[in-house]
Design a protein around this ligand. Structure first.
Ligand SMILES: C[S@@+](CC[C@H](N)C(=O)[O-])C[C@H]1O[C@@H](n2cnc3c(N)ncnc32)[C@H](O)[C@@H]1O
Length: 286
């Protein structure tokens, strides 16, 4: 486990471009083999290009997307005619699953801070599904992208009251609290009244803070005011927020906390196939 922590630290000490390059080289043999054996899928990027952490082959990546779709149906009652916003749309993991769920009345918008992922999604998914659209916004994030566009005061490009549902899978886990606070305000603005938002987060309280700060293999050892970091060098590598800080930020908006569902990362619940690794936060616009 110590080895896992050391390797993770080493990985985070590299620049985003170095990590992207190493990933491509590392997965080149398996991506090439997948191509030769017809195991590639037209909407799934080769493993070397899935910079978002998953090392899944196409079949597994599609399954992960279906799992996310199930969570959206279960926890925010996603409907085929919904207008949805996918913040941090990555390389299209959720979008691919939504292509067979949303109907012509529904629509998908996604945005992300990494241009390659957005380009892939527009060239493969949007091309076949015109009601899907992906936007690149060069937001600053020390894990993914260096830029002077900051998430703590970024105004989303969408009009007020546009979306029925908004979701963020594994995005707030890479954002600072002041950035999340701004995103809560923007989510409130772009959601229709009664609209819902599902986000995954790492959340702790007084009882489990000690455990998550020393947990072997995946620990948030760096203490800050109301949140904890995995690495002080790359702050966005992984962030856990205290529940009281999260509540304080939600209280500044017209969003209401519907539920906070424990994931199995902090060993409080067992992995049972229906739950996420990360905790899930469900919000509703009043
Ligand atoms: C772990 S990946 C998850 C991607 C996707 N949601 C999925 O489930 O595959 C996190 C994504 O968030 C994006 N991201 C980071 N900071 C962001 C920000 N401030 N606004 C929007 N996206 C951001 C990253 O570029 C990356 O694609």
């Amino acid at each position: 486990m110590k080895k896992t922590n050391t390797l993770r630290k080493l990985w985070y000490s590299l620049s985003a471009n170095q990590r992207f390059l190493i990933r491509r080289l590392y997965f080149f043999p398996s991506d090439f083999k997948d191509k030769l054996t017809g195991k590639r899928h037209k909407y799934v990027a080769p493993r070397g290009y899935i910079y978002t952490g998953s090392s899944a082959n196409a079949e597994e990546y599609l399954k992960q997307g279906e799992f996310q779709l199930d969570l959206l149906k279960k926890f925010i009652a996603l409907q085929p005619e919904d207008k949805v916003l996918d913040i941090g749309s990555g390389v299209g993991r959720t979008a691919i699953a939504l292509t067979h769920f949303l109907n012509g009345g529904g629509g998908y918008e996604g945005f992300d801070a990494v241009e390659e992922g957005v380009k892939w999604c527009n060239s493969k998914i949007k091309k076949d599904f015109p009601n899907f659209n992906f936007t690149y916004v060069s937001l600053d994030n020390d894990l993914y992208n260096k830029s002077n566009i900051k998430a703590d005061n970024y105004r989303f490009i969408y009009e007020n009251n546009t979306f029925d549902k908004v979701f963020l899978f594994s995005v707030f886990t890479h954002m600072m609290p002041n950035e999340i606070e701004n995103y809560f305000k923007e989510i409130e603005r772009v959601l229709k009244p009664g609209g819902r938002c599902l986000s995954t987060v790492f959340v702790y309280d007084d009882e489990n803070e000690g455990f998550i700060s020393t947990k072997e293999g995946f620990s948030f050892s760096v203490k800050k005011d109301g949140y904890r970091l995995m690495s002080d060098k790359v702050k966005s590598a992984n962030i856990a927020i205290s529940e009281s800080k999260l509540d304080e930020m939600i209280a500044k908006t017209q969003l209401e906390k519907v539920s906070l569902i424990d994931g199995f990362w902090k060993d409080m619940v067992k992995e049972d196939g229906e739950l996420e690794y990360q905790d899930m936060l469900v919000l509703k616009k009043r």
